[in-house]
Design a protein around this ligand. Sequence first.
Ligand SMILES: Cc1cc2nc3c(=O)[nH]c(=O)nc-3n(C[C@H](O)[C@H](O)[C@H](O)COP(=O)(O)OP(=O)(O)OC[C@H]3O[C@@H](n4cnc5c(N)ncnc54)[C@H](O)[C@@H]3O)c2cc1C
Ligand code: SF4
Ligand code: SF4
Length: 1022
Amino acid sequence: MTKIPADPSFTLKSLPPEITSKLQKEVKGQVMVDSASRGRYSTDASIYQQFPLAVLVPESAHDIEAGLSIAKESGIPVLPRGGGTSQCGQTTGAALVIDNSKYFRNILSSDLADSDKATIEVEPGIVLDHLNAFLKPHGLWYPVDVSTGAQATIGGMAGNNSCGSRSIAYGNMVHNVLSINAWLANGQLAHFGSYDSSVGEAKVLGNFVKGLVDHLKPEIEAHWPKVIRRVAGYNLDVFHPQSELPYTLDNSVNLSHLLVGSEGTLAYFKSLKLKLARLPKHKVLGVVNFASFYKAMDSAQHIVKLGPTAVELVDRTMIDLSRNNPAFRKTIETALVDAQAKTVDAILLVEFSGDEHAPLLQKLKDLDTLISDLGSPNSVVMMPDPAMQKNLWEVRKAGLNIMMSLKGDGKPVSFIEDCAVPLEHLANYTQALTEVFSKYGSRGTWYAHASVGTLHVRPILDMRRDGATKMRTIAQEASELVRKYKGAFSGEHGDGLCRGEWISWQFGPKITKALAQIKHQFDPSNLFNPGKIVNPPKMDDANYFRYPPSYTVIPVRPKLDWSAWNVQNNPVTETITAAGTGGDPAQGLAKAIEMCNNNGHCRKFDADVMCPSYRITRNEKDLTRGRANTLRLAMSGQLVMNGNDVPPAHLPLATQAVKEVMDLCVSCKGCKRECPTGVDMAKMKIEFLAQYKERFGHTLRDRLVAHLPRYAPMISKVPGLPLLLNLRNHIPLIAKVQEWLTGITAKRSLPVWQGKHFWNQDDLPFATPQELAKSNKRVVLFADTFNAYFENENLQAALSVLQKSGYMVHVARPSSSTSNPNPFCCGRTYLAAGMVDEAKTLLLALIEHLAPYAEQGIAIVGLEPSCLFTLRDEALSMGLGKSAQVVSEHAQLLEEFLAKEQKAGHFTPRFKESAQPILVHGHCHQKAFAAVSPALELLRLIPNANPQLIESSCCGMAGSFGYEVEHIEVSKQMAELSLLPTIRKHPDALVVADGTSCRHQIADGACREAMHIAKVLEKCLI
Ligand SMILES: Cc1cc2nc3c(=O)[nH]c(=O)nc-3n(C[C@H](O)[C@H](O)[C@H](O)COP(=O)(O)OP(=O)(O)OC[C@H]3O[C@@H](n4cnc5c(N)ncnc54)[C@H](O)[C@@H]3O)c2cc1C
Ligand code: SF4
Ligand code: SF4
């Protein structure tokens, strides 16, 4: 078998075929060697990129053992991986990457009886939030609350010695790991726990380290930072404690602590035993507003004396960025003494927690008094309410991501982002470092752990241009400050590629040599993650950059307008240049794709939407991040294609490799709202489809779906045809033949054509703009194709509600006197097939009609979320000018319009009691545009309705997705995640769903009829 030298710099592109086949034969899990799969694992949340040789997604411990053994035999390095959210490049490498996060994530045993001594043993791939969800009913949690808790795995957290916002109270990973079972480089399994009771290999290794430490005590005392936040190198100080917070309560030695922070370089964790903590019963938050950043930093040392569980900083730039982000604006404003933030330069989030509420309220008062005494009276916003606290913590946790939403090639770069200094020096350190930034034409945005002197700061650097040079100079000056203030250069995120070289700076040559000896003793053949901690490359070696100066983008003419991303930024003022001036050869598309910073937040499984496909498959390729990475690699020519898959030069996305990742994207727009940098994969999917279909052509199914708005009117004109077409739902053979011909599944009924549809009513209101102008209650109703031809009663209901409530309504439809042959349609079905030009033609006709009304300030009201939000969103990316803008500004769902009118006192409905409680399912696009709360607000006006929102992701239908034969199973699984089980649990509830296809999924999966809100309002309106 080929023997490959274990050296991080070797240039082998992928595994030799014989090693690949051997791996495939011996493991049950997936082995991936194609360049797209490897590319998706080539980055973490750092500036670095290294293609793995292969990726293994093991199904069991046996798979890992086999992988390790084959790798060792072949001289291939191994890189264990969790969520891949590291910031320093430690999770990138030319190795066999083994991804624990899909299967290797079980809880193995637990002892939860005594909450003061509770422990749990888990496999390394379990995600922190999933573990904590399991522990919550027991009143327990694992208290290392990293910001990435929704995606970080326990194995990765231990690998990095991660630290949470509450480390001042609970410590870091090293303080909370009790033991680790790990595979050693020789393939043996060893138990690392208490040194005194250790045996076998673990004892031998422990003794070896102890022997080194015994000779190095003076060195360790001289060089080891004493701050809690020090994660550089290996934890030699287990044998000679230095940290101000001891690793163990009794100062005994625990050998697992040697592995914590080892970044996958010493051993492969098989399981970890963790120390749990009691969940505090109460928490309160005091948000201290400071008029000067220096003052905020100087106050931290005094605030910690009050005994908080967290003191976290959010600076002015982050406040402004949060205020500009629709998902965070409201929340950040609740934290400010002045909502416009004109007088606020920084805020500190000060949390107190405990089992009794009253003493915590007293703590808030003490905080207020302290801050007054420090010269800033009336500066504390008290937040005793848990919901408000939770929202604010979400904003704080999204800190880095919010910063990363800065458009342009200059990005906030991690390299000195977690230096830790003693609190008494924090103000002077941050001030001096700010001066360093400005000296080099950059600026830092500061946030995070003021309680422990670890402030995250990332100067904005452009790695494609002069970023590397500036990075080195700034790092050098920062290191001098860290030394002056006796701090730690690496305080939280680890060493990886970016701080590996600083280990010797921090500890000096003798300790550095000892670290190399430890590595050699554990791993003589350099099997585990070579080039990290020991023998690291230079931080500014461009060979490892994701965006090196040589990075190029393939020129393309996108179908949609991406010019808003085609900009550059000023690193000091963070202002951006005019749209379209960024120099992107792909006219902004590439830069929009590059907004993904790989933080992995799309791996979350919470109540929100993003990312429904990943929630089903747990595959990196079915994740927004996996998609963005694949698109980026395709746009920059980094995918190696096989013979049949080489796309024409102008269509770099038109490949099977890209199709594979886009296949399960349901265009739900969850990422557009929830991805902190706003990666809009639904819009990118349109570009992909346009390119892909240009290369490979449209299928019959594409055409049937896309042209629906054009042929629907014709069908209704042929007597008996709707009835005939509906037979397909009753005669299985027809459905089967249709499936065979078109790929539309026979397992679902299709929407039912209505003989009497919306457009063959005689008395539809058609008031002109002039007539509407005379009324002070007026509205335009946009009748979408789906409601018009299949569920006309929804439009009738909307009309009835509006007219009964005194509104003059204009229904938008082409006048018979115009020669316009286009139906009034938003073009959604065309966009779903990548037919952007056709969509544009339809949208243009509709927008030209609607603009004069919108210009008068008249609301354009629609019922089907995906159609209405096409007017609000995609229409702006089609070069349709100011008319599209004004229509977008006035387009709203019926409930958005009515809720606003109700608040303004124009809509004063009287509702009779609802016979049933109401469950609401929000359409994904409705959620993406925060348009679910108006529905709830309106429904709350109905006595006894007691509307409850179903906490669900996408229903799984996603337009035509759920009707496609190859997608029906995934579609059903998406609905089964939470939507359908919740509906089944409430057999008496009335289900409200605005989306046509959501209603269909509910009918198919739960045998329940869901109603459009328009019908519910009509039913209850007196
Ligand atoms: C936006 C953002 C915010 C962050 N906030 C924080 C924060 O608050 N606190 C903090 O400490 N960090 C933070 N980080 C860094 C990172 O999220 C954490 O370090 C996290 O714990 C890494 O978990 P992971 O599962 O992604 O690990 P990965 O990146 O997958 O792996 C981390 C290291 O552990 C090793 N490893 C993984 N599994 C094993 C195993 N089975 N055996 C041996 N080694 C293994 C890997 O080889 C790698 O070296 C943040 C990152 C981002 C992008
Ligand atoms: S797509 Fe968004 S959420 Fe996912 S990794 Fe990229 S930036 Fe993060
Ligand atoms: S649009 Fe939806 S399915 Fe597609 S990547 Fe975004 S969140 Fe995932």
